[in-house]
Design a protein around this ligand. Structure first.
Ligand code: 5GP
Length: 229
């Protein structure tokens, strides 16, 4: 099913078609001297596919990559650190920030909790030319797509896929961080997300963490015209 590591599709083409690099909102990223807007990678993939592990492997080798820290209203798992894994907040705190325009995008994920990407840190890193990754769900990817042109962002959408659905179930059960009900909700979302793979610019199949991290770097290196190793 996933013989081709890279597949092209409509999400970016649509976004590019509508790109307006002359936006004058204060927060927007201005086109640079070569005429390009700020670049950004959106990484999406179903629950338990290993996004966090792949990102950690990528950052171990390429610490210059910055991964946005999202806000969430879900409870921290053991070992998760506020401000590093997520910004953990109450529903009230999240709603107040949302009203104040603090987020680039927000979503209710797995019908359970709010998640959101703080906007300003993303714009700051992108403006500075730092390779930037947002690890967000499919709804978030759609919202970024809606906002990208207004903010002067040139986005590559990457889908991290499991080798198979059965393997995904095995990984989710194996990590043991969810109860039966939470697993059921996550697998429901996963099915929908897997069906949307064709909307992404690039698909990377997470057969091994190292291979997936290397492929992710290949995409970043191409986007930022960086050396491959
Ligand atoms: P988890 O609770 O397992 O850490 O994450 C659940 C899902 O929320 C994952 O699919 C992850 O990609 C997504 N997610 C994490 N941060 C954000 C965010 O800021 N925005 C959106 N839309 N989704 C997010």
């Amino acid at each position: 099913m996933h013989d081709e590591p890279m597949s092209h599709s409509s999400m970016r083409d649509q976004e590019r078609g509508g790109a307006n690099h002359d936006v004058d909102e204060p927060d927007a990223v201005k086109a640079n001297a070569s005429g390009h807007a700020g670049r950004l990678m959106v990484l999406t993939g179903p629950t338990a596919v290993g996004k966090g592990t792949v990102e950690a492997a990528l950052r171990a080798k390429h610490p210059e990559v910055w991964v946005s820290v999202s806000a969430t209203t879900r409870a921290p798992r053991p070992g998760e650190i506020d401000g590093t894994t997520y910004w953990f907040m109450t529903e009230d705190e999240f709603a107040a920030k949302q009203r104040a325009g603090y987020f680039l995008e927000t979503a209710v994920v797995h019908n359970m909790a709010h998640y959101g990407t703080p906007l300003q840190p993303v714009l700051d890193h992108v403006s500075a030319g730092v390779p930037t990754i947002l690890e967000i769900d499919l709804q978030g990817a759609h919202r970024v797509k809606q906002e990208a042109a207004r903010l002067g962002l040139d986005v590559v959408y990457v889908f991290l896929a499991p080798p198979s659905y059965d393997e995904l179930v095995r990984r989710l059960i194996g990590r043991g961080t969810e109860n039966e009900e939470q697993r059921r909700k996550r697998l429901e979302t996963a099915r929908l997300e897997l069906e949307s793979e064709h909307e992404f610019d690039v698909t990377i199949v997470n057969t091994t963490v190292r291979k997936a991290a290397d492929e992710l770097w290949t995409v970043i290196a191409r986007e930022y015209a960086l050396p491959l190793d």
